[in-house]
Design a protein around this ligand. Structure first.
Ligand code: ADP
Length: 392
């Protein structure tokens, strides 16, 4: 049985897969079959009843309008059958038109999807006006998907363009100094020294930028792996305070509160994130300013605060500082080095540890960055709320 049924089914499926029927045709055909079946159930028993009944026995042989009753009955029956067939065809035809109208969004969707390339993602959207139904819902989802693709593609494009722009400056500087060396550097030791120093700086600058770009791209490709262990965050902060005191002698580096606290996370990544806040505090303060670094244990949560009395930020800046390549205008004007990637990287790391960052800042007065790393990782859906920035 199986040996004969299965190959037959397979052959039938292969045959059907070569044919293409529109949805409208399929629905109409389905209803045609149902109505025909209904007709068969009604008319076949009627016919059998009619032709098999002994009319004489039931006294059905009489005349109406000069015709024998059973002859009229036969005409009426065939008439109803033909009318039924005509009604079925009319209903199917009208139904098919309705179905085609109903399926128009799908057809339109197919046409749009066929036209879409990366260069015209913004061009067409499906019309979702009028009453709602399942197809309109599908059209809305399709439009939203196109919006998301467009946004993601635009941000990728922006990222590549910003990254190229950032790399252009150090390359231009290196080229300038190489030309200088080529012309005068061979004979003038002063020019040679200055050029080598500048090239070294720019190469370091470029290396830092490329490393940041690689970090972000690994995150975007979801290949960024964190190696989480339990470690004492207070030790990491103490070391960082010591290092910063050594490197930035003209700033007042204070560590008013370093409490013992353990964190479960990637030590290197978290160190990199905290370093961003500390480096920024140094970068955006002037000689004589104070930088305060604390590490607190708040019921097992690790709270790291980096405060400074530096140039501060405006409310608009606070809203954008976690965006890639964002730098405040006055920071760009004062030519303070940086690429605008540090905070976006720090945020990625903190969020990956289900932590949150709070920012407070006042223009020309100073800034405060507070990182909270929870004792136990939060549930994934609370990560959305992980970043909160506020201005005071
Ligand atoms: P970068 O420092 O390389 O420009 P970041 O992403 O670390 O990049 O910072 C983005 C911007 O946020 C900075 O350009 C600056 O405008 C602002 N910012 C960050 N930290 C501070 C701070 N401590 N004080 C004032 N402004 C800051």
């Amino acid at each position: 049985m199986i040996k004969t049924v299965l190959p037959m089914r397979k052959r039938r499926e292969m045959f059907l897969s070569k044919l293409r029927f529109s949805m409208g045709f399929r629905i109409s055909f389905h209803y045609f079959m149902l109505l025909t079946l209904l007709g068969i159930f009604i008319f076949v028993p009627l016919m059998i009843l009619f032709y098999k009944t002994d009319l004489e026995e039931y006294h059905l042989i009489f005349h109406i309008f000069g015709q024998e009753f059973y002859v009229i009955l036969e005409y009426v029956m065939w008439g109803i059958l033909v009318a039924y067939m005509i009604i079925i065809l009319c209903v199917i035809r009208l139904g098919q038109k309705g179905v085609e109208r109903l399926f128009y969004p799908i057809e339109h969707m197919a046409r749009i999807a066929n036209k879409i390339t990366v260069n015209n993602l913004h061009s067409d959207r499906l019309n979702i006006e009028g009453t709602k139904n399942e197809l309109k819902d599908l059209a809305t989802i399709f439009n939203e998907m196109l919006d998301r693709l467009e946004l993601s593609y635009e941000s990728q494009k922006q990222f590549v363009s910003d990254a190229s722009h950032e790399l252009r400056t150090p390359i231009a500087v290196i080229q300038g100094y190489v030309n200088l060396l080529d012309r005068w550097g061979k004979k003038d030791p002063e020019v040679m020294e200055e050029s080598i120093e500048a090239i070294k700086n720019e190469a370091k600058n470029m290396q830092e930028l490329v490393e940041k770009l690689l970090f972000l791209s690994r995150h975007d490709k979801r290949t960024l792996k964190l190696q989480k262990t339990k470690f004492h965050m207070n030790k990491v902060i103490s070391e960082m305070v010591k290092e910063t005191k050594m490197v930035s002698k003209d700033r007042n580096i204070e560590a008013p509160c370093i409490e013992e606290v353990t964190v479960f996370g990637d030590k290197q990544a978290l160190k990199q994130a905290v370093r961003v806040f500390v480096d920024n505090a140094v970068k955006y303060t002037r000689a004589g300013d104070t930088i305060r670094i604390s590490c607190k244990n708040e019921n097992g949560d690790c709270v790291i605060i980096v405060e400074d009395t530096g140039i501060g930020m405006t409310r608009t800046d606070i809203e954008h500082i976690f965006e890639r390549f964002y730098r405040a205008d006055y920071v760009r004007n004062e030519k303070i080095s940086g690429h605008g990637l540090g905070l976006s990287i720090a945020k990625l790391i903190i969020v990956k540890h289900t932590g949150k960052i709070t920012v407070r800042s006042q223009y020309k007065k100073g800034s405060m960055f507070m990182v909270t790393l929870p004792k136990r990782p939060m549930l994934p859906n609370t990560q959305r709320d992980a970043h909160r920035a506020e201005s005071s």
